[in-house]
Write a protein that binds this ligand. Structure first.
Ligand SMILES: CC(C)(COP(=O)(O)OP(=O)(O)OC[C@H]1O[C@@H](n2cnc3c(N)ncnc32)[C@H](O)[C@@H]1OP(=O)(O)O)[C@@H](O)C(=O)NCCC(=O)NCCS
Length: 275
């Protein structure tokens, strides 16, 4: 997405990054996940490494910091998931993410489309066994947002989920929510219709139906409930929500009023599948 426009006359150092994360709720021992734009903050001394340093200061020596380091995306010619290389496949989600991936202490989860990288005390546990259990259908295969995955752990551990200079539009955890909802619905499909119904869903290399929703609208609704905190790092807005608040309050909003959130195609698929 287009990030906030940074003000280059504002200089940001690690202490400033730490103060920004602390202002939205980061505490010692936390697990802090962030998406972000480097330019939105102004002039960041030493770039992405300073942001890592500031995030680590915010959570202290017992804490953990993490970023999405996604590789697989839509390009021409298309990428082949079998070319995924955990050590070399570059993150496409910005300089902060690629700097994080290549940090000497960074560990990465093994998934071609939705890998997470982490540094700190719980990093080995956070990135381990991506997709080893709790499989769920997604357009990126059953392991991407599985019950055993870094994404599920961020929720279990109630991570502080942050955005620097960007909105909830880049909320990768939204796909975890979509996968859970789809899983719930798919349990109610009569067995005789199940295979045909699931075959209409989006899958790797197959466009199709998927319960995508507008995560910026969700940000507004959760902010109205007082669950999103806003602060600043340099010239950028920093947004934050606890991962469990996102799931515990976000999923009910989606379940209660599907017509408000999902496409006509998905709603028609649901009606047909569960009837
Ligand atoms: C796409 C996105 C990364 C673009 O943000 P961006 O700030 O333009 O780009 P990057 O973060 O890659 O940083 C590169 C920019 O920082 C600038 N920069 C370089 N060193 C810098 C420094 N020390 N301080 C500040 N800016 C610096 C570069 O000049 C470049 O800006 P330019 O493109 O205008 O020349 C951002 O909008 C975004 O969406 N981030 C989240 C992505 C995500 O997590 N997606 C999840 C899946 S949807």
């Amino acid at each position: 997405m287009q990030p906030e426009r940074g003000n280059p006359s504002i200089t940001v150092d690690a202490k400033g990054v730490c103060a920004g994360f602390r202002s939205v709720g980061a505490v010692a021992g936390d697990v802090l996940m962030y998406h972000g734009s480097l330019s939105s903050m102004g002039t960041v001394l030493d770039g992405g490494n300073t942001v890592i340093e500031g995030a680590r200061l915010a959570v202290g020596p017992t804490g953990t910091v993490a970023m999405p380091t996604l590789w697989y995306h839509s390009v021409d010619p298309p990428l082949d998931p079998s070319d995924w290389d955990i050590d070399h496949s570059e993150s496409y989600v910005g300089t902060l993410s690629e700097t994080f991936r290549t940090h000497p202490e960074s560990l990465r989860s093994d998934h071609f489309s939705h890998s997470v990288s982490a540094i700190g005390s719980r990093a080995p546990e956070l990135v381990s066994d991506h997709g080893a259990g709790g499989l769920r259908h997604t357009p990126w295969g059953p392991r991407a947002f599985a019950g055993v995955s870094p994404w599920a752990r961020l929720v279990e551990w109630n991570a502080l989920y942050c955005f620097i200079g960007v909105t909830f539009r880049v909320l990768t955890l939204k796909h975890y929510m979509e996968a859970i909802l789809l899983d719930e619905i798919s349990q109610t499909i009569p067995p005789v219709k199940r295979e045909a119904a699931m075959g209409k869903l989006s899958a790797i290399g197959r466009p199709g139906i998927w319960p995508s929703f507008n995560s910026e609208t969700l940000e507004g609704r959760l902010a109205d409930m007082g669950l999103v905190r806003y602060g600043e790092i340099g010239s950028a807005t920093v947004r934050a929500i606890r991962a469990r608040d996102l799931i515990d309050h976000g999923l009910p909003l989606l379940r209660e009023a599907p017509d408000e959130w999902f496409s006509d195609a998905f709603l028609a698929w649901c009606r047909e599948a569960v009837s």
